[in-house]
Design a protein around this ligand. Sequence first.
Ligand SMILES: C[S@@+](CC[C@H](N)C(=O)[O-])C[C@H]1O[C@@H](n2cnc3c(N)ncnc32)[C@H](O)[C@@H]1O
Length: 355
Amino acid sequence: MTSGNEFIIEVETRISIHTVTIQFLCGVAIRELPWQFIVDFVEEEKQNEILNKTIFHPLCKKYSVGVLYQRSFCKKFIKEIEDRNQVVSESLCQHYVSLLSMENTPYSYKIYYIPGICKFVPILESRNLLSNGTTGLNTWQGAKVLAEWCLCNPGLIKNKKILELGCGAGFSGIMTLKTCQPLSYTFTDYHSEVMSLLCHNVKMNFDAKFCDSFTEKNPSEIDNLKLFDIDNISVKSLDWTDSDDTDALIKENGPFDIVFAADVVFDPAILNHLVKTVRSVLRHSTALNDHNKKVTDYPFACFSITVRNPSTFELFLHELDKYGLDCIEMPLNVFKVFYFDGSSDVKLLKIVLRL
Ligand SMILES: C[S@@+](CC[C@H](N)C(=O)[O-])C[C@H]1O[C@@H](n2cnc3c(N)ncnc32)[C@H](O)[C@@H]1O
């Protein structure tokens, strides 16, 4: 029989191992992992427990987590063990050696955990923040902030038709669809490689046939798919600099209730196109002319913006004003659901048509 204290320690240990798993699977920087806890697991027989919850985790085996990332994890774990004069387990040594001869692929999975529904969500991303002339092959912190806002405001999203602009790898939309029951979600971007990656991620998470047959271990290529349409979820190409694109999309899909965008305010040269796209979508909403609708049904845009250059942000506010859009800053969630480096200033704006 265990004492009360032993029971509490056991529970704390389980929670800590769970935290290590969650952070490892979504690729939290190796130096940021909770090593202060892992060092309790340096005895040989305990090392395997950590390995089974990280690099040998079934999800890590199914969706290949980056080779370089796994290598850095093993290296740091081995160092922690050796610094404490313990013996490194055979399986850890063997895995580390096998990783040394493996090539790193341009893409690898990050597997994100949604606590409220206890689900893991795989998202394929590029190794580099900027590759092939686009920033859209990774999940940016703006996407995580926007997804956190959705998770905390499901009532505003349920049964709404949502359009996302410049959605990159698809993080915000995938999380919103998993948790908030929108009526429909239309993912858009314009870069061809981003579109392929986006389609892959959406299929991976919502196309049952694709998920069931998924056996990929080391994806060196992503599907050469550009569009996707299943039930209430679609992936479409939309370039803000081409107003015909927006008109065609609205014609095809009907009006939208909410426009989402994360980390798309960075290029001063196209901010006016971005703002005009938002205005055009909001203007088509039927709620504006329907007197039976409540103010809460009025269309709005929600932009999550990492402010890297204050003058670009100021210009964006200026463009909103110029095109008849008002905005208010919304508070960020106090409780963090997803891990990100919170050192940069992130703003969450609600944008509406000036009536
Ligand atoms: C920094 S990434 C953000 C991606 C994603 N929203 C996120 O936060 O993870 C900017 C995205 O804007 C898209 N983008 C840039 N210019 C665009 C344009 N003219 N029309 C549509 N999308 C554009 C890029 O392809 C890229 O996916």
